[in-house]
Design a protein around this ligand. Structure first.
Ligand SMILES: [Zn+2]
Length: 163
């Protein structure tokens, strides 16, 4: 099968294969192994047709974790689902480049609660606990700001990677 549905989300880090561009490959429930050709290399993947209510849907079955997904990504010479792509790796990369402002604000609010606050998990780093000597109201206010920025950062990141 020659594959035309290839796009490159997030700065060409991953080549994406979308099941919606492989319609009519299977017409009834069941599993089928197919080859997907990307830049002269053929990758094997499993497509599964599933009856959903009165409808019928196609999914990929990830070779690495068996998840049913609608998109696979080319990484380290294999087609993997979003669960199998190192989530932290891309979130760290994104944090360093495109989320500088959000990263900066999260750090600032975090340090108001804990002077030694760092962000080992990038934008998924959780808000620090309440310092013992801080009023609950003050803590709630800062935590609220932290969560708003974190939420923005995560949404922005999700839009960028298009997972
Ligand atoms: Zn997987």
């Amino acid at each position: 099968m020659a594959y035309t549905g290839v796009s490159k989300p997030y700065k060409e880090q991953f080549i994406e294969v979308d099941i919606n561009k492989a319609k009519n490959l299977i017409k009834r429930p069941g599993v089928r192994r197919v080859g997907v050709k990307i830049e002269n290399t053929e990758f094997n993947c499993t497509i599964e047709g599933v009856q959903v209510g009165y409808g019928f849907r196609l999914f990929f079955k990830c070779n690495y974790c068996d998840s049913r997904v609608t998109k696979l990504y080319l990484k380290d010479h294999g087609l993997k689902c979003r669960h199998c792509i190192d989530f932290n790796y891309i979130s760290q990369q994104a944090t360093k480049t495109d989320l500088v402002y959000e990263f900066h604000l999260m750090k600032r609010y975090g340090r108001m609660l804990d002077p030694n606050f760092t962000m080992p998990h990038g934008i998924s780093t959780r808000c620090p606990w309440k310092p013992k000597n801080m009023h609950q109201k003050t803590y709630d206010k800062i935590r609220h700001k932290y969560l708003i920025v974190q939420n923005k950062a995560i949404n922005k990141w999700l839009a960028m990677v298009n997972l």
